[in-house]
Design a protein around this ligand. Sequence first.
Ligand code: NAG
Ligand code: NAG
Ligand code: NAG
Length: 396
Amino acid sequence: MIAPSTKTAWWLATFLTVFVTGEMPIQAEVEPEFLQELENHTVTQGRDVHFTCVVNHLSNYRVAWIKSDSKAILAIHTNMVALNPRLSVTYNNHNTWKLHVSNVQANDSGTYMCQVNTDPMKSQMGHLSVVIPPDIVDTVTEGSSSREGGSIRLTCSATGVPPPTVTWRRENNRPIVFRQDGGREKKVVESHKGESLELFHVQRSDMGAYYCIASNGVPPTVSRRYHVQVHFIPQVKVTNQLVGAPIGSDVELQCYIEASPKAMNSWYREDALVNGKIFENPKLRVMETIVNEYSLWMNLTIKSLAPSDYGTYVCASVNALGKMESQVSLHRLELNMNGFVEEPMVSGAAWQRARSSSTFNADPAASHARPFCFASHLPPQLYAILLTTLLYILTF
Ligand SMILES: *[C@@H]1O[C@H](CO)[C@@H](O)[C@H](O)[C@H]1NC(C)=O
Ligand SMILES: *[C@@H]1O[C@H](CO)[C@@H](O)[C@H](O)[C@H]1NC(C)=O
Ligand SMILES: *[C@@H]1O[C@H](CO)[C@@H](O)[C@H](O)[C@H]1NC(C)=O
């Protein structure tokens, strides 16, 4: 059914093909054929990748590479058409063509086609997905510090392909506490998903390092550390407000302090003319034990008590938000044949200031009873009342 002019054109084309290439044109039964599928690739941005197209019986047809979403012809045989220096084609002089993409960029994603110019054309496609590891974008974080009871909002934006998931965690696997309804309701979680972390009614226990972690399955995962500060007036509590010790003995006065921001802490003699002067006394030594970011013990040791060492000692803590102190009344215990008997020396003033630490929430001080504590020679009923009162004060 071929028109004579078409037949002539065909013969002419064949003649020219033989004349120009020195090869016989393709026979219908040996059409070019692909030997394997074009691969799909998932590549991290910046890496190199190549597609492999294997064609048998190509004869004098040509292999071309096309970016099928944009219909752009990238290369014909090994000649580059696209003006992209990151693309190249290699041929093994047999049946294999490779399209190389070096330093892969996000916009290289898409479908690539290896095509043979038969009529109709033959082609096969492979997909390139470019993935990008997560990155945390610099954002201004407002208010990572707050007064106790206030709120804190941390935000963390992450980029990457596919879009990363942002997870919040606390340092040392401490739980994240969300408070609602004025702090009456709380939800405790190990981690929180989302670009922002909002904490309401923050408490001092919420203080510390928080991490935002961005991951999208493409290594490396990235994280950023945020520091949450919760500020409050110092709270000060002495283990025992009444301490009795005999002359010549050593005594340790213990004081527990919670403060944030950092406070100036000191022990002083209430009757000392100048605060702090007592530390020039070689018999005295102040030792601090850090409990956590905002709590510490500050213990005062007095060696071989002399009569002038008895009196009222004050443990004080002052920070930007205020000052708080607590007193210890150190009094003399007289030794007699029956054991220890102390001089009665229960001063009401010694504990009033300590009451200011009314919302004290830790009880380490309450559990330690010192050996020479107080008033053990009182009538049992009075002793019990006094003990109960003291325990009550120490606990609240
Ligand atoms: C490439 O992906 C397409 C679609 O996602 C799929 O049809 C094809 O089989 C894949 N090719 C290979 C070689 O796995
Ligand atoms: C693809 O991205 C690279 C790097 O970001 C850029 O240099 C190039 O011009 C982009 N090409 C196109 C076609 O948009
Ligand atoms: C201070 O006293 C507390 C409570 O008994 C104790 O845990 C801590 O180790 C003491 N610190 C020092 C330095 O002695």
